[in-house]
Design a protein around this ligand. Structure first.
Ligand code: SF4
Ligand code: SF4
Length: 298
């Protein structure tokens, strides 16, 4: 399925969110990301294509999907030859148990803007729209046009970004608040856990700072991955260098675990324990000792 003209590929809109920027937010989730973080909680956002999801717990095994598929991609309930699938969605239409669904929808900026503005009454006083993903700037043309539209209606805009994007796109976009992820400062470790260098990310952060843009730094806290003394210190140094008051610390969780199974992707951290309160208290203390103010959540 090709990208028709100026459309963008989205996979969700969540309403009345309170951890994705100032106030109450409506959050639009875009597909496509250049990084492959081992801990990603939205694996269905990574690929820049429509995907077919299957929930084994929900399937009643009647085989309607097998009969509906004209490409012979469904060999048996839950046995999908993804190389044969053309994402036509016919199997999802006959799946009354809703075990099958398509992830991803092509939409133009006007339609996206209209859908987001349905919540205007909720964020009118305090809040706005946040574009998340995936990496929003992976679809920069669509995202910039959508942000232009929102901005022209005086809607507060935020973007959740991994920072791996074309610098001019980030600087040109009408973004009031960048929610900028800093994962690991050491480049080799960054490549090891995300598949990409962080050089472009750190350069973009610097460029946004030099341009006077509003930045909220966010730190996904991953035990035994990025919680070493060196990384906590280097992260705190970065926060202080840019004169930021806070670092939003997002503790590792397992809420995205089932999604890997749903799209038949391997999840390397499925056995990793979530942080205890005691562990979080210690990390917060270490960050405070490094001269910054950590905020758990965001
Ligand atoms: S989306 Fe279409 S091609 Fe893919 S498995 Fe379902 S019916 Fe077959
Ligand atoms: S149509 Fe849905 S519920 Fe029925 S076998 Fe296929 S996936 Fe399972």
């Amino acid at each position: 399925m090709k990208n028709p003209d100026k459309k963008g590929l989205i996979f969700d809109i969540q309403r009345q969110c309170i951890h994705d920027g100032d106030g109450v937010r409506t959050v639009l989730f875009m597909k496509g990301c250049p990084l492959r973080c081992a801990w990603c909680a939205n694996p269905e956002s990574q690929e820049m294509k429509v995907e077919l999801a299957f929930l084994p717990q929900t399937c009643i095994g009647d085989g309607a999907c097998v009969l509906a598929c004209r490409k012979d991609a469904v060999k048996a309930p839950g046995v999908i030859a993804r190389n044969l699938c053309i994402y036509c969605g016919e199997c999802t239409k006959v799946c009354y148990a809703e075990a099958l669904s398509l992830i991803g929808e092509w939409i133009d900026p006007e339609e996206a803007c209209d859908r987001l503005l349905r919540d205007f009454v909720f964020f009118q006083r305090s809040g706005g729209v946040t574009i998340s993903g995936g990496e929003p700037f992976f679809q920069a043309k669509f995202v910039k046009e959508l942000l232009d539209r929102l901005h022209s209606k005086a809607i507060h805009t935020a973007v959740e970004t991994c920072g791996y994007a074309k610098r001019e796109d980030m600087l040109e976009a009408k973004v009031d608040q960048f929610l900028f992820d800093i994962k690991i400062i050491d480049e080799t470790e960054h490549i090891r856990w995300t598949g990409c260098s962080n050089k472009i990310i750190l350069d973009n952060l610097d460029a946004l700072y030099q341009a006077g843009r509003r930045i909220t730094l966010r730190f996904p806290l991953l035990p035994e991955i990025n919680d070493s003394e060196e990384n906590l210190k280097a992260t705190a140094d970065l926060v202080r260098r840019y004169g930021l008051k806070e670092l939003h610390v997002l503790p590792f969780h397992q809420l995205g675990s089932n999604k890997y199974q749903m799209i038949q992707k391997e999840y390397l951290l499925k056995k990793k324990a979530i942080p205890t309160n005691e562990y979080l208290r210690k990390v917060v203390q270490r960050l405070v000792e490094n001269g910054i103010h950590p905020v758990i959540g965001g």
